[in-house]
Design a protein around this ligand. Structure first.
Ligand code: MG
Ligand code: ZN
Length: 456
């Protein structure tokens, strides 16, 4: 007993003295150890609740695209907005091998199957827009779940709004190319066959509060069946409560009270930059030409800012906030065309839009911002022009960057690559997307953050 008591006294003394010693040490080291950056990461770790979610998708934006954009625009030691987000992870991208009759993975996805995975939480086959593999059953999207629970929803893209990435939030079709009424690939999805209609028709029928992008051409066709038979899709959208606008000036000055459909180009919005595509021979060192987008078309940043303020204003005083998806589509399109200037210009434009999202999230701290991509692309940064097709760019820091493209034979469009892509997040619950994730996890994180999961 005596020994025991002595031990306890000794332990207590050690605790007290130790505590004092730690206290002194803590006082001395109040500024912390400057080599330990834990505190920087900790400052970005925030739990819920979440009121708004902004999901940024860089189509085809793998780490090569990010690196090429950083190198060209800011230099190898520069940092893009998305680079500054500390809570980072990677996402696996694969589709279901439905075309071979299998539910197992097909390692290289397209944007339709990829988008379906994060929009609905379910893997599907190539070319499907929020449509179940093998059954054609419509899969409920984040935007649809959010609408049912009283959130405002928006969809912004530099693509046609009938493109696969925006479509996955507001349409359900077997084939992604079923974009306009009368498109032959619609088959049983056509309204004349009793289906939900093309992507344009479903956008007009949707409950989205705001849709901004290109694709006016797909809305000019005539609806073959249903309540709007004989009307154009634009007329149908107007009847169902959308104001339809077509220029940047109309977007900037819009103060109406209706839902908003902005169609700023016939097809995709014009890429910001251009230059010589990669070639087999005869390439010369080049600087990218900037400022290529016509003034009547809004930039992605412009559309993103307008979308945020539109949705946020309409959420004021309401219990629920908003869900907004923003796509930078041209990164992928530039890579398909083996055109590094187009690819990089769109990456830089996308990063500027991300900055607008982060700026809003800093003022509205219950906003979760997620920045990710849908699949890898062609395009590598190489030591010299050894790929099938090459281009040499002189970066803003005055150095040569050789981009090589070699995922297509002959002169066909470059192919996607089956690689994990980055995910970088900011705001409450952002920590849920650190480490290696599946695209379906993005769905889970968003529906749990907004508390909109469908009841089983
Ligand atoms: Mg896309
Ligand atoms: Zn693509």
């Amino acid at each position: 007993m005596k020994f025991g008591t002595r031990l306890i006294v000794a332990v207590l003394a050690a605790v007290v003295l130790g505590g004092a010693a730690v206290g002194v040490a803590a006082k001395k080291k109040k500024k912390g150890d400057p080599t330990d950056k834990t505190v920087n990461v900790k400052s970005q770790l925030k739990p819920g609740p979440v009121r708004n979610v902004i999901l940024f998708i860089g189509d085809g934006m793998d780490e090569t695209a990010v690196t090429a954009g950083r190198n060209y625009h800011l230099g190898a030691n520069g940092r893009l907005m998305m680079d500054r987000l500390k809570l980072a992870g990677s996402v696996t991208t694969y589709a279901m091998n439905e075309l071979m009759g299998s539910k197992k993975p097909f390692y290289v996805t397209d944007s339709a199957a990829s988008g379906t995975a994060w929009a609905t939480g379910q893997k599907t086959g190539l070319f499907r827009i929020s449509s179940e593999a093998f059954t054609d059953k419509p899969l409920t999207t984040i935007a649809e779940l959010a609408q049912r629970r009283g959130y405002r929803t928006g969809n912004v893209s530099t693509d046609s709004v009938t493109g696969a990435t925006p479509a996955v939030q507001m349409a359900h079709v077997r084939m992604r190319n079923c974009q306009a009424p009368g498109d032959g690939v619609c088959l049983t999805d056509a309204k004349s066959e009793g289906g939900l209609g093309s992507i344009a028709e479903q956008a007009a029928d949707s409950k989205m509060d705001l849709i901004l992008g290109g694709g006016r051409g797909d809305f000019e066709g005539t609806i073959p069946a249903g309540p709007d038979t004989g009307k154009t899709v634009i007329e149908s959208a107007q009847r169902q409560g959308f104001d339809v606008i077509g220029t940047k000036a109309e977007l900037d000055s819009y103060s109406g009270k209706k839902r908003l459909l902005g169609l700023f180009a016939d097809g995709t919005i014009t890429p910001e930059w251009n230059g010589q595509p990669a070639m087999r021979e005869g390439f010369v060192a080049q600087r990218c030409e900037t400022g290529k987008r016509p003034a009547e078309q809004p930039s992605l940043t412009n559309m993103t800012k307008r979308a945020i303020s539109f949705l946020n204003k309409r959420s004021k005083g309401k219990k629920k906030g908003f869900f907004l998806q923003v796509e930078g589509a041209g990164i992928d399109k530039g890579a398909h065309a083996a055109n590094p200037c187009r690819q990089i210009g769109e990456l830089v434009a996308f990063d500027a839009a991300v900055k607008a999202g982060i700026q809003f999230a800093k003022k509205s701290p219950r906003t979760l911002v997620i920045v990710t991509a849908d699949h890898g692309q062609s395009g590598q940064i190489l030591p010299g022009p050894g790929a099938d097709k090459s281009a040499i760019l002189i970066t803003n820091e005055g150095e040569r960057m050789v981009m090589g493209y070699a995922t297509a034979k002959n002169d066909s469009s470059q192919e996607h690559a089956g690689i994990t892509v980055p995910v970088r997040s900011f705001g409450p619950r952002a920590a849920n997307l650190m480490g290696l994730k599946n695209q379906t996890d993005i769905f889970d994180v968003i529906v749990d953050a907004l508390k909109i999961r469908a009841k089983k």
